[in-house]
Design a protein around this ligand. Structure first.
Ligand code: DOR
Length: 426
């Protein structure tokens, strides 16, 4: 067991949203001292000079697709958990759209076992809402909760039937787990990019913003009537943000998240026909992007996530119409979010990091972590000034479908500490 003294860093307080200069001593799995000018303890204590670095509670990404079981050539629990550490994440939650789906207790326990073997980031499995994610019959929530499922989602598809959605909200309530909905009304969807000016110009079938808006409206009406914890996955539309804002004001348990691509890119990027601009929900037009920024600023959007979605090259290197949806992002999301939010002056570092720590922990019901005495030593050290170029060839992920290759970013995780152990160091 290594003991660590982190000196000269700026400790991130995600509640007061302040930075405080302090040293942090880690012994075994815990933070044992936080204060000015701590003296090295000698022995096996490793002294880390964190001058110029932020010392943050460990980052969490609650929207990650690992492809195990079924498509282990795209990603495994082990490769995804290693990529997570390199991205500064101590914890990730993985979506159940594997083959077969994570829709039963054994499948949930399998993810935990693979994560235990990998000894990388913690992996929290999200169970399916319906059996085989088919949107018809409810899956067994009690058993999956016993196996350790932290939330439920049919992500990749929304629950089309209002009746099934109503039942799911009701049956999930005793377990105090969040239902994470992929909001896309399927009879309006079916396109490959945002439905609007550019889809018309390019002659590609569109997914109108209405497909998302309608499902969010319907679901909020159901939550109002039935109750439950409801989380909108990868929000991408203006009206969607407005409805979540209103639901929060009403006091409903409604939360949401946003991905880097919906902040940094627009549907115009599809003009290149590069399939790394194809994802679900699609890249939207500037008015939607502006609404997402407003939602982040006023607290409507609680979490920042990647929607890390690995796909093999031969699947992605086809006509835009035929390519699968999704891009990877675990290993560059911190720099991307810093570009979108901090360097643009929209949020401070602590305000942004609160949405990568407390916000996601709250959604999956994991206790918050603070940089304070007695807390678990789950920490991410970030160099906010570090300039670097995204190079997908260096990624620990098994996949390469990433539109950010070659992007110049500023801000990078340089150390990830999990339970007092240095698991990643740049
Ligand atoms: O772009 C996406 N890819 N969106 C989803 O909801 C699913 C994901 C995937 O699994 O590939």
């Amino acid at each position: 067991m290594t003991n660590i003294l982190i000196q000269n860093g700026q400790v991130v307080d995600t509640v007061s949203l302040k930075l405080k200069k302090a040293d942090v001593r880690v012994r075994d799995e815990k933070i044992v001292e936080v204060g000015p000018k701590l003296k090295p303890g000698g022995g096996d204590e490793r002294v880390v000079d964190a001058k110029g670095l932020l010392v943050s509670p460990g980052l969490v990404d609650i929207h990650v697709h690992l492809r195990e079981p079924g498509d282990e050539d795209e990603e495994t629990v082990a490769s995804g958990a290693a990529a997570a550490l390199a991205g500064g994440f101590t914890d990730i939650a993985c979506m159940p759209n594997t083959t077969p789906a994570l829709d039963n207790e054994a499948a949930i326990e399998f993810v935990f076992r693979q994560a235990f073997r990998a000894k990388a980031a913690r992996v929290w499995p999200v169970g399916a809402i319906t059996k085989e994610r088919a949107g018809k019959e409810l899956a067994e929530y009690a058993q999956m909760v016993r196996g350790g499922a932290v939330a439920f989602s049919d992500d990749g598809a929304g629950i089309a039937s209002a009746g099934v959605m109503a039942k799911a909200l009701k049956y999930m309530q005793p377990f105090e787990r969040t239902l994470i909905q992929h909001c896309e009304e399927p009879t309006l969807a079916g396109g490959v990019m945002h439905g609007g000016f550019h889809s018309t110009r390019l002659g590609l079938p569109g997914v109108p913003a209405l497909a998302e808006e309608l499902m969010i409206r319907r679901d909020i009406a159901l939550v109002r009537s039935i109750g439950g914890r409801y989380h909108v996955a990868h929000i991408s539309t203006k009206v969607g943000v407005e409805r979540v804002r209103e639901a929060k004001k009403e006091g409903l348990h409604v939360t949401t998240e946003v991905c880097p691509h919906h902040l940094l890119l627009t549907d115009e990027a599809v003009s290149t026909y590069d399939t790394n601009y194809k994802m679900s929900p699609p890249l939207r037009s500037p008015e939607h992007v502006a609404a997402l920024f407003a939602g982040l600023k006023d607290g409507t959007i609680d979490c920042l996530v990647t929607d890390h979605a690995p796909h093999r090259p031969e699947e992605k290197e086809v006509e835009f119409l035929n390519a699968p949806f999704g891009i990877i992002g675990l290993e560059c999301s911190l720099g991307l979010f810093a570009k979108a939010l901090v360097h643009s002056g929209r949020l401070s570092w602590p305000a942004m990091l609160a949405k990568m720590t407390d916000g996601p922990r709250d959604v999956i019901g994991r206790p918050r972590v603070a940089v304070a005495v007695g807390q678990n030593a789950d920490l991410t050290l970030i160099d906010p000034a570090r300039e670097w170029t995204v190079d997908v060839s260096t990624f620990r992920s098994k996949s390469r479908n990433c539109p950010y290759d070659g992007w110049q970013l500023k801000g990078r995780p340089v150390m990830t500490i999990l339970e007092g152990k240095i698991k990643f160091e740049l």
